[in-house]
Design a protein around this ligand. Sequence first.
Ligand SMILES: [Zn+2]
Length: 320
Amino acid sequence: MIVDVHAHYFPKAYNEMLLRIGGRSLPEAARALTARPARDDDPSSIPLRLQQMDDAGVQMQVLSPAASPPYAEKEADAVAAARLVNDSYAELARAHPGRLAAFVSLPLPHIDASLREMERGLDQLGMLGVSMTCSCFDRSTAEAEFEPLYQEMNRRRTVLNYHPIQNGICSPMINDYRFTVSVGASLEDSAIVLHLIARRVPERYPDIKYVVPHLGGIIPMLLERLDNQAPRVHPNLPERPSLTARRFYYDTVGHGSQAALLCAWKAFGADQLVAGSDYPVLLAFETYRHTFHSIRESSLPAGDVDKILNHNAQRVLGID
Ligand SMILES: [Zn+2]
């Protein structure tokens, strides 16, 4: 059975709160391109979701709020939003044990408040790891100011699940051409991998299980080039960039691209790929069942498909 590490749920009250507190987690240029809220979810939609999960062979979804994290300039706003989304997810998980679970969302950029919410989410609400976007207020979340969070996650050996925030890596080359969502998201994924490598984060915090979405964006195509050309400008890396990149996990959200799946499998190895769907985003283009079926239909060895679909996420989350 599949554990889907990349699934979303947007509580209506949470969406309303984000609008109220300003939705200021995005640069001005990107806001219009990623109109929020994405959609309103409420518990009445859960039976259909469970039915789709049954049909797709999905045992459990691990929920996160995608590009709508509870970030706000005022700490009290961010904390209220984080508590609301985390409590909503915890309630769903309690109502559907073993079927729905969640990652803790943090009230960034407020570090002490985030540490408190992380503790509440992991210890009291029983969440399976931490959700963080690739950037927060246009600062990479691999930056030094976020380091106390990494320190605590490392101590707890927790899962850290990244997600793009849809800022088109703050680039007019992407945003002015309206590729913020279709391509920019994968560039954010790629950028966080590069930032983690450049700042030697996994060397200092080796016990975090880093999960990068969307097959790592363009990273799997660039490992050799990184090994050749990055050390010249990053002379103090502890190892080749490709080795560090292979320490991370990558979810399989690839919009059905067999080329992207094969590339990531070849680059990172089957053990580093975890099942993900981006539910409900891809339902506009394919059934939930098809999202995972396309991995079964790939030319990957059957044993590797079995690992990717049925075992790796469980191992990473510590629920096997
Ligand atoms: Zn997503």
